[in-house]
Design a protein around this ligand. Sequence first.
Ligand SMILES: Nc1ncnc2c1ncn2[C@@H]1O[C@H](COP(=O)(O)OP(=O)(O)OP(=O)(O)O)[C@@H](O)[C@H]1O
Length: 310
Amino acid sequence: EPISITVGTVSVITGLISYYGLHNYFWGSSRVEGTVNVTALQLDFEKNIFGQHLAKQVIIKAVPRFLSNENPKKPLALSLHGWTGTGKNYISQILVNNIYSEYMRKKCVRTIVATLHFPHASHIQEYKDQLQTLVRSSVSDCERSIFIFDEIDKMHPGLIDAIKPFLDYYDHIDGVSYRKAIFIFLSNAGGEKITELSLKFWRAGRDREEIKLSDVEKDVYLSAFNKKDSGYWHSSLIDKNLIDVFVPFFPMEFRHVKMCVKAELERRGHDADEEITIAIAKDMTYYPSGEKVYSVKGCKTVSTKLDLFL
Ligand SMILES: Nc1ncnc2c1ncn2[C@@H]1O[C@H](COP(=O)(O)OP(=O)(O)OP(=O)(O)O)[C@@H](O)[C@H]1O
């Protein structure tokens, strides 16, 4: 009798440890996969993303609402536009990290880089098939799949239209529903228009945070749609209004570059030394040539520059 109690107790304890161990391994202590904690996301954005008031606002409004909707009418499609190094990839990574654990990201998040995955114009039909297969198999496996299409402006025209049926208002296609998926497109197209508007505000001494989405969204999607030889050129995704929001990313000013340097220093466990911060921010190139307001590479080379200064 005493032995059987001991064996029973041990097996219950082992079972509990194993269950909670695995549970925490896969889901973290309080995480529900495929959902997002708005407060945590907001904090993450405030701490890490600088100079992008509209991107933060739009994503925080659109994504949690979409994820909590059990019956969306179509997938969510966000198109992020702006100059290089302004945070389009970075914000997408922070977002997916808030939605899925590392384990689930492998299953549910797909990143497609136009120049890497689809380099040759002559293979476009083959690429279209590959793209459709990728979306179909990922959503069959994980209904809340997230697709990040990087460098959409460098994609061969017409290729992205292969995924049009998946972004549309269909209930099912061949037994698979795509309505809970999220598509995020990243592009430099429209960057000039966003810079133009930002400069206008800067020259007038106005705060760029006064810029509203409606001041810039139309210019951005028209630039993308009309940019010849680029991925969105006359694309039916735009023409048929399948992209829900075009999100502008503003060029990075000196003060934003300083914030990027400080954040990077802190990430590496250093004090945010003002002298080093200014030296690195000054070492970046700024445009336009006269006023030198915006960093040519945004915050993109901050990390490499830091290696040289430390
Ligand atoms: N707005 C920002 N706030 C904080 N850090 C930023 C921001 N933008 C860029 N960074 C820093 O610069 C790095 C590169 O940025 P990111 O790859 O997101 O640029 P991107 O806009 O996607 O550029 P590209 O169009 O060239 O792909 C990030 O990993 C991050 O460290």
